[in-house]
Design a protein around this ligand. Structure first.
Ligand code: FE2
Ligand code: FE2
Length: 130
């Protein structure tokens, strides 16, 4: 089962950004499927690490673009990015200490967050950029 289905409303009409967003969704879906299939502790750590790294890199790129533009909504947009990164850090820390990972909770969080963020903050940013 695919966790996040790409929907037309996610498309911002900028090929490079849409491409990155599609790649993030694909990574989340692949990770979700592997976690669901049962993975060893070290593998789960790798998956979480990769998700965190790729998402952070995408956010950093958007934040650099906003700074260069003197974009007014920079702080609000960045705060929403930080909110997800903080949640992911908490999930990773919990996993380190308890070895327990609630796959469904993680998936739902990512799904909800991206679906809303694409349609709001990212849509407004990319309307401004192009
Ligand atoms: Fe984005
Ligand atoms: Fe964003």
């Amino acid at each position: 089962m695919t966790l996040i289905e790409w929907r037309n409303e996610f498309s911002l009409g900028i090929p490079s950004v849409d491409h990155e967003h599609r790649e993030l969704i694909e990574l989340i879906n692949t990770t979700h499927a592997r976690l669901r299939a049962g993975a060893q502790h070290a593998e789960v750590e790798d998956f979480l690490g990769e998700i965190f790294a790729r998402i952070s890199a995408h956010f950093a790129l958007e934040e650099r673009t906003m700074l260069l533009l003197g974009y007014l909504e920079y702080w609000g947009h960045k705060a929403d990015h930080e909110r997800l990164l903080d949640q992911l850090r908490d999930i990773m820390e919990d996993f380190e200490t308890s070895d327990a990972l609630d796959v469904d909770a993680l998936s739902t969080r990512l799904d909800d967050w991206f679906t809303i963020h694409f349609r709001t903050f990212d849509a407004r940013l990319h309307q401004r950029v192009h």
